[in-house]
Design a protein around this ligand. Structure first.
Ligand code: MLT
Length: 269
């Protein structure tokens, strides 16, 4: 396992391939293994980095906020001698990607926002997080896995996908999950920031996502000037795992377009 110590906490990460860097940020309560299909598909042409965000996977647990998770990503990129990267995240990873863009805009080549939203939690959402945190402490991660799986994936999802998602959830440390629930409940609303994003942005959403439904992506499309939206068919919230081929194809087309247009821009200057 590769890891780096950032502000006193050990952060585990994957770093494979070579080429223009792209960093993938996982959702809650998952870990970097959710990006395996994307890493395999992109490593021939890109340097692909995927950390376990604080409290998840093999990284250490500590109280955390979404902006702090974004600062960890910046610290990791610095440790890897990477100045700029395409920054992509799914769901909670998308909250972190938006926060990263807000804090370190000059380090973002392009953004990839999958099955995520810019708005903060509603009061009801915050109360649900508190109940979920209580449940985690009482029942461990099994209870949360049973509660979340029907919302994360479609009923028709392949058994191996269901099993991968369940494994990620039950392997998450309960205290890490509680810290992330608090981080998500207290995160800022990023809607006002969207119109200030001036980076090529690909928004992806599973057509059957019930956690961050299509309307959340449509709002981001409306507000982010250089954005495009792609809808992944036969996918729920974890669209990269349910439909890796569609997801990877759309990401590849976006990356090709982004790097060609960046090169043209550099040639013009
Ligand atoms: C995730 O997939 O990261 C979470 O479902 C996001 C959330 O609960 O807001």
């Amino acid at each position: 396992m590769s890891s780096v110590r950032l502000r006193g906490i050990e952060i585990a990460y994957t770093d494979e391939g070579s080429g223009a860097p792209i960093v993938f940020l996982h959702g809650f309560p998952f870990n970097r293994s959710m990006w395996r299909d994307q890493i395999d598909a992109l490593r021939e042409t890109h340097r692909v980095i995927a950390p376990d965000l604080r409290g998840h996977g093999e990284s250490e647990v500590a109280p955390v906020t979404i902006p702090e998770m974004a600062r960890d990503v910046a610290g990791l990129l610095t440790a890897l001698d990477i100045n700029q990267a395409v920054v992509g995240g799914l769901s909670m990873g998308g909250y972190v990607a938006l926060s990263f863009c807000r804090q370190f805009s000059e380090r973002v080549t392009a953004l990839l926002l999958a099955d995520t939203r810019a708005s903060a939690d509603t009061e009801e959402g915050k109360q649900n997080r508190a109940l979920q945190a209580e449940r985690v402490m009482l029942e461990g991660m099994e209870g949360i896995a049973n509660e979340m799986l029907p919302k994360l994936l479609r009923p028709e999802s392949k058994p191996d996908v269901v099993s991968r998602v369940r494994q990620m959830i039950v392997r998450t440390k309960p205290l890490g999950a509680v810290a992330a629930l608090q981080a998500m409940a207290t995160r800022d609303d990023q809607t006002d920031f969207l119109s200030r994003i001036n980076k090529p942005t690909l928004i992806l959403v599973g057509v059957e996502d019930v956690i961050t439904p299509l309307k959340d992506s449509q709002l981001m499309l409306h507000e982010i000037q250089r954005s495009s939206l792609e809808i992944i068919q036969q996918a729920g919230h974890v669209s990269n795992l349910e439909q890796p081929e569609q997801f990877n194809r759309l990401v590849n087309v976006f990356l090709e377009r982004t790097f060609v247009s960046n090169q043209q821009q550099t040639a013009k200057n």
